[in-house]
Design a protein around this ligand. Structure first.
Ligand code: CP3
Length: 338
């Protein structure tokens, strides 16, 4: 598998490409499939549907990796938090307000609750071409805790940051519990067929500088370390989105093989990740992909030129958006593959 060869440090003929959220609402076949599900979580927990959604972008575009169709919020759901996806609004969660609310979470229920994800991984692996890698994933402790305390997406996660500062012991207990659950979940995803796992710290950029080490970096390092100790042949990608000042700290971690970079990072600075010992992944602006034309060509050229001299996994800086024209994705793939 091309992407695994790059992660292993072997020379390859070209760079691999896949896109975050490559299964989703910009695909007409996804919208059609989505109609059959009661709600989004039900879609995620129906293995035949999750398998089909995972395979759709592979059939259409032949990406070098498939990412299992699921969501980072299945872990809070499995912990007993009420999670709803409201069309047009996004996720809404029952909120953690006190140390007692953290005590009431059910880590022992997670394994059983997430069985449908493992089934979907096994089915997807069996259906994928041999050359296509399968990526499993989870949210990082801080990003999951931020949703659980805030109760929804937020611009700056002020409620979650206040809770972390006002209730430091309880907050750290939540982070530690999530660490254990996430590491176990990623190991089980590898056993079900994933060659690679990606840890999404989507809101790392909302943390104050003093919070990066304790709430994002160290927990991700411990998860990656546990995964690699248990399954040394699997690869780990970390995505500390927006934590651009700290990329070297993630990239120089032995158990982290690749670091995904958001579009706020100048493409030339992906070399910082490569120089620190990990493979940079990224970092095309999803909006440039929507617009197409000159801005897409310019940004593509810039990323390809900036990453010529080191390993690189082509991706967006964040998830593909529903308004992305399919023709622009085709143009992107053609250009990257030369
Ligand atoms: O193709 C893939 O990348 C795999 C599937 C995937 C989804 N979510 C499907 C999804 C992955 C990897 C995720 C991760 C995820 N989910 C993240 C981390 C990545 C990031 O974007 O930073 C986060 C923060 C979430 C939480 C989440 N899920 C939000 C904020 C939303 C609402 C956004 C919106 O535009 O509606 C979701 C819903 C969601 N997850 C959709 C999909 C395809 C859209 C829901 C639908 O189809 O009805």
């Amino acid at each position: 598998m091309l992407i695994c060869d790059v992660l292993a440090g072997q020379p390859t003929e070209r760079r691999p490409i896949w896109l975050m959220r490559q299964a989703g609402r910009y695909l007409p076949e996804y919208l059609e499939l989505r109609k059959a599900a009661r709600d989004f979580l039900n879609f995620c927990y129906t293995p035949d549907m999750a398998t089909e959604a995972t395979l759709q972008p592979i059939r259409r575009f032949g990406f070098d990796a498939a990412i299992i169709f699921s969501d980072i919020l299945v872990i809070p759901d499995a912990l007993g938090v009420d999670v709803k996806f409201i069309p047009g609004t996004g996720p809404v969660l029952e909120t953690i307000k006190s140390p007692a609310d953290i005590q009431a979470l059910t880590p022992s229920a997670v394994e059983e609750h997430l069985q449908p994800v493992y089934t979907a991984l096994r089915q997807t692996r069996a259906a994928l071409p041999d050359e296509t890698a399968l990526i499993g994933f989870a949210g990082a402790p801080w990003t999951l805790a931020a949703y659980m305390v805030e109760g929804s997406g937020s611009r700056d996660y002020a409620t979650a940051r206040k809770f972390a500062v006002n209730e430091p012991d309880a907050f750290m207990a939540l982070i530690s519990m999530l660490e254990t659950v996430i590491a176990d979940y990623l190991i089980r995803q590898i056993d079900a067929g994933a060659q690679i796992v990606q840890i999404f710290d989507s809101w790392a950029g909302a943390l104050p500088a003093y919070g990066i080490e304790q709430w994002s970096l160290a927990p991700i390092q411990r998860i990656a370390g546990a995964v690699k100790a248990a399954r040394p042949d699997a690869y780990v990608i970390a995505f500390p989105r927006g934590a651009d000042s700290y990329l070297e700290a993630y990239a120089s971690t032995k158990s982290i093989d690749a670091v995904s970079c958001g579009q706020s990072l100048p493409a030339e600075q992906m070399a910082r990740v490569a120089n620190a010992g990990a493979v940079p992944q990224g970092n095309l602006d999803p909006t440039a992909l929507v617009k197409g034309g000159d801005i897409l060509d310019r940004e593509l050229r810039r990323i390809l030129a900036a990453t010529e001299d080191h390993r690189h996994i082509f991706n967006l800086g964040h998830g593909i958006t529903p308004d992305t024209p399919i023709a622009h994705v085709e143009r992107l793939i053609e250009t990257v593959r030369g």
